[in-house]
Design a binder for this molecule. Sequence first.
Ligand code: ADP
Ligand code: MG
Length: 625
Amino acid sequence: MADIIKLLPDHVANQIAAGEVVQRPASVVKELLENAIDAGATIIKLIVKDGGKNLIQVVDNGKGMSATDARLSFERHATSKIQKAEDLFNLNTKGFRGEALASIAAIAHVELLTKTDLDEVGTQLKIEGSKVISQEVTVTPKGTSMLVKNLFFNIPARRNFLKSNQVELRHITDEFHRVALAHPNIAFHFYNNGSELFNLPVVNFRKRIVQVFGGKANSKLVPVNEETQVVKISGFVKKPEFAKKSRGEQFFFVNDRFIKSPYLHHAIVAAFEGLIKTNTYPGYFLCLEVDPGTIDINIHPTKTEVKFDDEHTLYALLRSTVKHSLGQFSVVPSIDFEQDPNLDTPYSYKNKEAKVPHVTVDASFNPFANDDVAIPKSSSTTKSTSYTNYSKPNTKGWENLYEGLESKKEEDISFSSMEFESEVITGSIFKEENAVEEPATTTFQLRRKYIVTTIKSGMVVIDQGRAHQRVLYEKFLKNITIQEAVSQQLLFPLTMHFSTSDIAILKEIQGQLITIGFAFKIVGKDVVEITGVPLQVAESEVEMILEQLILDYQMQISGDSFSQTDSLAKTLSKTLSVKTGTVLDAASQQALVNDLFACKEPTLSPFKKPTYVTITENDIDKKFI
Ligand code: ADP
Ligand code: MG
């Protein structure tokens, strides 16, 4: 048989390698930022357009490249950072694999401008899909500008696989955060579609965290410092009360490199044990300095996984150091710096006016006219559905306080059903008025979880949480679609702080939030003033709900407006629905049953779980055989 094995041509090999290095625009951003840092830059500019799909540019004032190096830099395994295998164990640079530029050039249009200090003139190089299009002498300042256009232009399958611009931009922002946090001694600028997202002057680590996450972050930080022979630990953890239900704001940097380590993450979680609720995650920004010879970064092409020689010791040290810091912070005031208004990230929305919400309110409405729930009675709100008779949980009877405890004891409530509530709530979701004429008791509540009701052929067992989710979900969807929300205006607007990236998301979904009854203004770079909330939402829940909405929005895979609406309605229904453990009075049970069966799709919760089961007479008969 003839020989059939052939060496792959370079451009094909590069394309294959690119698959490992470049998953999405954010991977390019990471590699280019790292190259700029390795080049000793003190100012780095990142410019992206259309979520990085069409343009990513990184401009640095680093050492630049000679004409020959410029050409060589795009060869695979071409690097100035290591020369021999041993160098791998003494790394002081971000890069060392010498494959990033080769990979990027294989799957995009690249334009490089670069000049060293020694050269009079610089080099301009254009490469498309590994093919050199032109190389010219040019006038350019010292440093390097790397422009990457039309990512995956020659691999349509990969390009189509990219998410919406917003989602890709978020991934880029995440990478930017990681690099910017690791290098507070470098100034960063980040522009998206022509507007400045971040302008971060050189500061210390604490101030960099504040620049990135907003002014409010400062007061949440507890310093962590420890120096041993194995490792130097420095940085901050967030106070336990700011632990979030979502991941994010968890940063480990090892020798200035952002890394992911579930093992070390666990050490921090262990240090927070007993201080935070289950299902919440502590926030941390921790820098570890270790001897480069004791770690191996060479595990993964994206270089975010690191193997430590002595992981166990590191785990133990981290845990005890963080624990110690947490113990101290309540006694010793944390070192603070003067709040400098210029510190906050100048965000692109800084000078933009927030749109005035168009929720109509009855000007003559007097909240003191009766002691009922404050429902504005404007024309747009009078058409409200039966849910206007919602009332806040009834906690008048002190006995209620015990009901929850009791149910906790006797029931093994699953964790999943407790995602949003760690305490059991009691009360009625529907107005008590209905209870005046006691409806014929055709329903009863089983284990504060199910509602049982009879039907002709037998009985129906309804999961109260899921049923309520379905009811709320359809209602919110309807409100969003026909724009007929019921909003309660707050007497005293609530002021809340969010990170600048959260603010950007709030801006994106502002229109939809208004249609479901939220009214708010973005009044500062990181401050939101809330003047109205949907009728079903209690003031105390607003922050939690908005955070959940932001999180879910971030997680959502596609960015089209239908799914945005849908995921908003889902989040709200999940957050606001009654939970397992809630005692419902007869009227509420009845109302829930009626509302569920008035739904378009009563059988399933918005998350596609069954809302009820029917048990027929026949089923019961069989049990008696
Ligand atoms: P690596 O960073 O692993 O060495 P890259 O493919 O990212 O591999 O880069 C190849 C080489 O190109 C680098 O080793 C460096 O010498 C040079 N280079 C890349 N980007 C820059 C830059 N912004 N400034 C100066 N030199 C650069
Ligand atoms: Mg590199």
